[in-house]
Design a binder for this molecule. Structure first.
Ligand SMILES: [Zn+2]
Length: 225
């Protein structure tokens, strides 16, 4: 019997407690061969893109979340979610296989959910970045740029609020993301300021990959002048 690249995972909606199934990609089907300079993974012979399956969408109320979401609610955010998201939700199931456009919808729902739930800026930046990556795959440059900018702005908020503390993401990586996304959206000034901060941190960080990426960009910027 052939093993499918995706498998169902049972989830419980944090908002309405409905139980439903979402799909995940088996790790044996995922081989990363490298990364774009904003850490988008490049996959080899991809049968199911794991990025498409990050977001679980409750078919009953529309609450859309990832493993990065905090499982509890402030009372007013629960109310906001029920009033704005759930009452306008038409039951829809994102289980099974997802197309790129399904995945795009799930990310937009997750960004809306995260805003209403008042999640920290860092996970919202990650959602916007992944959404931009899906548009990159589709060669939809206008939407890619739009969501790279959303991600960049959230990374700036995340940095000023110290959201990375207690996460796997280093401070220098947050600064690098601000630099790289600024570069990609044509905000040279913000890009140059932050790339230089990454390079200044080269002896104090263990995140060598971002230092290497920043040096490559720095070289390109110097050659351009
Ligand atoms: Zn629900």
């Amino acid at each position: 019997m052939d093993i499918e690249p995706i498998y169902p995972k049972t989830m419980t909606c944090t908002l309405c407690r409905h139980t439903f199934q979402t799909s995940r990609v088996r790790s044996r089907f995922v081989r990363v061969t490298g990364y774009d300079s904003d850490f988008r993974p490049n996959y080899k012979q991809l049968e199911a893109n794991p990025i498409y399956y990050n977001v679980a969408v409750c078919p009953s109320c529309g609450y859309s979340f990832t493993d990065d979401f905090i499982p509890t609610f402030a009372p007013h955010t629960r109310h906001q979610l029920e009033q704005i998201l759930s009452t306008n939700w038409t039951p829809r199931d994102f289980g099974g296989k997802r197309s790129a456009s399904d995945a795009i919808e799930t990310y937009k729902l997750a960004i809306l959910t995260a805003r209403l739930k008042e999640e920290k800026a860092l996970p919202i930046a990650g959602l916007a970045l992944r959404l931009a990556w899906i548009y990159r795959e589709l060669n939809d440059e206008a939407n890619e740029q739009r969501f790279l900018r959303v991600a960049r702005d959230y990374y700036m908020t995340a940095y000023s609020e110290g959201d990375h503390e207690g996460t796997l993401m280093s401070e220098v990586r947050v600064i690098y993301m601000i630099a790289e996304l600024s570069w990609r959206i044509g905000d040279r000034e913000e890009a140059i300021r932050n790339f230089s901060r990454v390079i200044e941190a080269q002896n104090s960080t263990t995140d060598q990959k971002v230092v290497d990426f920043a040096k490559e960009r720095w070289q390109a910027i110097r050659e351009e002048k």
